[in-house]
Write a protein that binds this ligand. Structure first.
Ligand code: 7TS
Length: 418
């Protein structure tokens, strides 16, 4: 079977023709153009930006500024100063929960999240709720694992100050209707926070017209390097928010008694910025645009459809989440009698990399009534050979474990599975 020609753009995949990398929801592979852009930056322009008056430092400053503009443009944000570079989604969400939450939440206020959240968009809100005496409310899901909008309408009320939800679920691939969810929070004046970790790599984001106050994302899931991501926010809210961290680069004046803050985005970027990774992330945006996000999603959905059909035909396989047309490139499943960790170990012997476990979504796993699932996630470099290797591996795992003692935890119920 001929492999996807895009594999040639990714040195790790090109060097390992037998590898079936199906864990892009955890992190994507990196195209050569991203690696080259970072190397070129370090070889030509590296210095600490915003500091030196010398030309090299000015070049580093320019590269950082240009990278911000490019990433903001990729995400449809016309005001690039409202893009704060962070280490990734986790830091972005902690920034909002901490800086906005501590300044604005009071006893009796309510924060609503959904049962589909990654811990990064669950625990920071839970903790700020505890610290501020606010109520933390978890919106339930429908039987096919989508956010229950009717339930959300009853839970959101004038005391709701924050509504936080993901664009796409990492554990199931469910694509959430951002505008419909946001509208429910808007009706009561809540802050709308969207975790875009699994959205930005697959779906075209138009932040200017998306009805959310904050959108968080990670570069490493969208062909960029690890260690950089961002937070897009509305200017008025960012300007009113106190800083999150203090130190160099984020101040205007420091007096002995008090200090004042730099303008956006520097107010939220204390310390030496991550220029090399920002340059890499900008190159990743160029790469994704050259492929076209629409065709990325179409390609992933075709593979998800194929994988779903083939896996469903295997006795004992349960697939979680909504139908392929309502998902991005994730297939979350279980095989009766085989723990997902064991399944993943058998698949690894065939060079098939999948994720097994709770996917940092314990509240969701509890609601599904399972201890873990196996998750295959697809991206633009995957192909039918990857699907076939996955399916062959699942069949082989069934043979390996045939007749073995079944452990109660390994018998995964198919409630809500398709
Ligand atoms: N939110 C979602 C929806 C995610 O999928 C992840 C990472 C995060 C937040 C946190 O992103 P980070 O870059 O700050 O770590 N998701 C996964 C995953 O599904 N497997 O490994 C990491």
């Amino acid at each position: 079977m001929t492999r996807n020609p895009r594999r040639a753009d990714f040195p790790l995949l090109a060097a390992n023709p037998d590898l079936h990398y199906l864990d892009s929801a955890a992190t994507s592979q990196k195209p050569r153009v991203v690696l080259d852009a970072m190397r070129e930056y370090y070889e030509r322009d590296n210095a600490n930006p915003h500091r030196g008056a010398y030309a090299l430092s000015a070049r580093a400053t320019d590269r950082y500024h240009a990278a911000r503009g490019r990433v903001a443009q990729f995400l449809g944000a016309s005001d690039a100063d409202c893009l704060v570079f962070t280490r990734g989604t986790t830091e972005s969400l902690n920034l909002v929960a901490s800086a906005w939450g501590h300044a604005n939440l009071r006893e009796g206020d309510e924060i609503v999240v959904t049962a589909l959240e990654h811990h990064a968009n669950f625990v920071p809100w839970q903790q700020v709720a505890i610290a501020r005496g606010a109520r933390f409310v978890v919106c339930p899901l429908t039987s096919d694992h989508r956010v229950d909008l009717d339930a959300l309408r009853t839970l959101v009320n004038p005391r709701t100050k924050v509504l936080a939800f993901n664009h796409v679920s990492n554990a199931l691939g469910t694509v959430n209707p951002v505008d419909r969810i946001a509208a429910i929070g808007r009706a009561v004046g809540a802050l709308i926070v969207c975790d875009g970790a699994q959205g930005a790599p697959h779906l075209r984001v138009a932040f200017d017209t998306l009805d959310v106050d904050f959108y968080a994302f990670s570069g490493h899931k969208m062909c960029g390097p690890m260690g950089i991501g961002g937070l897009l926010g509305r200017r008025a809210i960012l300007e009113a928010m106190p800083p999150y961290q203090f130190g160099g680069d984020m101040i205007e004046f420091v007096r002995d008694e008090e200090s004042t803050w730099a303008t956006l985005p520097h107010k939220f970027e204390a310390g030496t910025p991550n220029v090399g990774d920002a340059v890499g992330l900008a190159a990743a945006c160029d790469y994704l645009d050259s492929v076209g996000l629409d065709s990325v999603l179409e390609h992933e959905r075709a593979l998800v459809r194929l994988a779903t059909e083939k896996l469903r035909a295997i006795d004992g396989v349960c697939i979680y989440g909504p139908k392929p047309s309502e998902r991005s490139g994730v297939v979350s499943f279980s095989v009766a009698g085989i723990h997902p960790h064991d399944l993943s170990t058998v698949l690894d012997q065939d060079g098939v990399c999948i994720r097994a476990g709770q996917h940092c979504a314990q509240p969701l796993m509890r609601r599904l009534g399972v201890s873990a699932t196996a998750r295959a996630s697809f991206y633009l470099y995957n192909d039918e050979a990857d699907v076939d290797a996955l399916v062959r591996g699942v069949e082989r795992a069934k043979e390996v474990f045939a007749g073995s003692e079944l452990n109660e935890n390994e018998l995964v119920p198919c409630r809500g599975a398709r």
